[in-house]
Design a protein around this ligand. Structure first.
Ligand code: GLU
Length: 297
């Protein structure tokens, strides 16, 4: 990787569905350390495309928490709620290529199908007046990519099935918004949790359809609780404290395979992060399993 500032642009892209928890701190930290260790930019994007699931004030709380942990971003924060026009333009373009089609299937029709869409609406050309989703075709095609941590992957798109870019309720789908905005922001390197690994071939497929370059990917292990459930907002993982970031930062290093000296905790958060940048090595995660069990107590 080069030393030109824009040859590396990374990002952390939280959905504001709840405050930052330890798992999201680890994901934010990994993407920050990777960007800074490569003299890159680190952007923050708020993925606020699902208003019913976003309690008021959560995006601000996430940003304040990142600052309390010394994770200062470059440029201004991009909010996906401001990006509808761009998403609509992309959808309109894809409709003209006939790779995107309106789908009027009901949830009931699609139940019991293992999540793979059977293509009932594939030949629909006219956009109906009734509520409909917009789906992207997945041809018989294998998407290959090499993840910097997880290694080489091949996914058969036909096994993933045609996927939604706009939902029937009118909300934009994550796969659309994330791909359009990673391109818009010039993101070259994506570091995120391995729970998103099977979204990656869908995003690469969409990038290819739109003529966007494919970023480099590194999927870090996800943090699970002792009961085996992923630490997540949906599982009500506790918010991380803002007043004393240092102990959790050291713990986050250890989740990322970096063993800091006990004395580091007495340093300032800036010094702690500097240690992290100097000692960051995504290959330290190669030895780890995809799941890290940890408790933040
Ligand atoms: N917004 C997603 C989340 O909070 C992450 C998106 C991504 O990193 O691609 O889980």
């Amino acid at each position: 990787m080069g030393n030109q500032p824009d040859s590396y642009i990374g990002r952390f892209a939280p959905s504001p569905s709840g405050p930052l928890h330890f798992g999201s701190l680890v994901a934010a930290l990994a993407s920050y350390l990777d960007a800074r260790a490569n003299n890159g930019k680190w952007l923050v994007r708020i993925e606020d495309i699902d208003p019913p699931r976003e309690p008021a004030g959560t995006a601000d709380l996430i940003l304040k928490t990142l600052e309390a942990y010394g994770l200062h971003w470059d440029d201004s924060v991009l909010y996906q709620s401001t990006r509808s026009q761009c998403y609509d333009d992309v959808l309109e373009h894809l409709l003209t290529t006939e790779e995107l089609y309106p789908c009027i299937c009901t949830r009931k029709q699609l139940s019991g199908l293992n999540g793979v869409y059977p293509g009932y609406c594939r030949d629909n050309r006219n956009v109906p007046s009734q509520p409909h989703a917009l789906r992207l075709r997945c041809h018989d095609q294998v998407i290959h990519f090499t993840d910097r941590i997880q290694g080489r992957y091949s996914f058969d798109l036909s096994e993933l099935g045609d996927f939604t870019l706009k939902r029937k309720d009118g909300l934009y789908a994550y796969q659309l918004a994330v791909s359009v905005d990673d391109y818009f922001q010039g993101v070259t390197h994506i570091v995120r949790g391995v729970d998103l690994l099977d979204s990656t071939p869908r995003q690469i497929h969409l990038q290819n359809q739109l003529g966007y370059p494919n970023p480099m990917y590194a999927h870090i292990p996800v943090i699970v609780e002792s009961d085996g459930n992923k630490l997540s907002k949906q599982n009500h993982a506790p918010a991380i404290p803002q007043d004393e970031p240092r102990p959790l930062m050291i713990k986050a290093f250890s989740a990322l395979g970096m063993q800091a000296d006990n004395q580091l905790e007495a340093s300032t958060i800036e010094e702690i992060l500097q240690w992290g940048i100097e000692n960051w090595s995504p290959t330290a995660l190669l030895q780890k399993s995809k799941i890290l069990q940890t408790s933040i107590q």
